[in-house]
Write a protein that binds this ligand. Sequence first.
Ligand code: ARG
Length: 607
Amino acid sequence: MSRADERPQDCANGCDVGEQVRSLASEVEQAVSEAMAAALPTELADQDPLVRRSGHADFQSNIALSIARKAGQKPHDLAGQLRSRLAEVPWMKSVELSGPGFLNITLADTAIVNQLVQRSEQAKLGVQEGQRDQVVTVDYSAPNIAKEMHVGHLRSTLIGDALVRVLGFLGAEVIRQNHVGDWGTQFGMLIQYIFEHPEEGWRNTEVDQDGHEDATSAPDALYRAARAEFDADEAFKERAQRRVVALQSGDEETVTAWHDIVEESAAAFQKIYDRLGVLLDENDLAGESRYNPLLDDVVEELQRKGIVEESDGALVVFFDDILGPSGDRVPLLVRKRDGGYGYGATDLATIRYRLQDLKATRALYVVDARQAQHFDMIFRVARRAGWLTGQDVEHVQFGTVLGSDGKPFKTRSGGTVKLADLLDDALRRAREIVTEKEPDISAADLEDIAETASVGAVKYAELSTVRTKDYAFDVDRMVSFNGATGVYLQYMHTRIKSIQRKAVETGVGEARFDAGLALEPQERALSLLIDEFADTLEVVAKTLEPHRLAGYLYGLARAFSEFYEACPVLKADSDEVRASRLALCELTARTLAQGLDLLGTTAPERM
Ligand code: ARG
């Protein structure tokens, strides 16, 4: 376990986060609410003022249309009343009534520029650390020891890491928990097999054609060999079962072998994490075996509280409304007939530990949607046991990764697709694309860029997808320079950086906002979007949906490209306009880089 006090986004020099800068959108909301309070009875005035960005003005409010009938007024009349109040707000340039009762609100240019000045002066771009009172455990990645990490674990790893970063940036104390599958009867089989086949190497030694050491393959091969013998040979099966008992009772040579297997596998996972640039490391390992010493006590507590019951010699928990296909109640299995504990008991001990010992105010489980029923049961038991009182526990579910055939992603022979192979695929494709765009690039630069671009591409493809949906893994689309891709966002960042470099080289590098200048429509659009950064992060923290940040960043990159097409920066008409546009470039680049960082992606200077 590690506390996220090494939050990478924290200002390195300890500089000030500064005060919260409320977004212009929320200021407008408040102004409309105040106008409502003056014009309407309290119960109506308390409603959401329905302020949205608009194509006709900066913002629009449809509130008059929505509540006129309840207020016993004509929408147009009510809108007129609100308008006359809003007309007095000094930082609004105009408030127009349109159609049957829409309010179109345009802000004063100075208000927008001043807002940008405030954001740009702060290390966190005006983002408030609103999560300071939260302790959040994030259970993510969680691959199984001696098995290949698969695309499902990739989803968990990337979504979990983005949430860790966003919540940490907003001030929460984040505790990463990598709940690896490092315990269970399969280890009897694995260890017994190793002892009986000392000549067979099972450690990772291979290096693939791209120079990456092969991850987990060797323990995975061990698993398959041991499984085959277990299924085919009754005598081996019995020896393997005795080995489980030896492991559980702490027999020294057995435990040492178990440690070796876990270490070897965990090291292979770490290579993938490092390659992906995710925050997880060995301090975050909190696998199933950690909870083993707690299981007796947890079960004893549940027995004492009358929550578990006996069924066929096993200990289970029933829920009146969790029924199987035939209408029977589906139990959560707590202890098997043979006295052994499984996944269910372990997760009960886990949740108790996180809520009571780690004092989580929010416990997140970033796990495949297919485990929804399991977590539903665990959370209910935790509530019955009195561990879960006011805290927020959530199963942060995600869908399945599909192949191009629309079926769950598998190799041609039906096996699990190795994560390392996928990343290698993306890397090769990125190399081709970068070479196409820049045929004269040096080999070293090419490698650098292709690695950054391919990892960014895979991450962005994942994180821009609605979490709960299935999605198809399509390397060609991921690594494209066009459309909503990681490569496009990284590329836009490098374009802004190159404008800034050119400005410095030609001696016109001064960047300064000027509240006295009028804004072009594209400058307004870009500015208002920059201002939405903090609100977007709040939404991600609430919904646990990183795609909202991914989508926001794509919108920001597009708004920049429209701005840059319409508004000359280096060739601006005056020094003031150039300096102000350079300031806008700088703030866009910072926002983009910060956002990409929160998605776990680097924003390169060149590409
Ligand atoms: N190891 C499990 C799997 O691969 C995921 C564990 C998720 N976390 C938990 N607390 N159950 O499916």
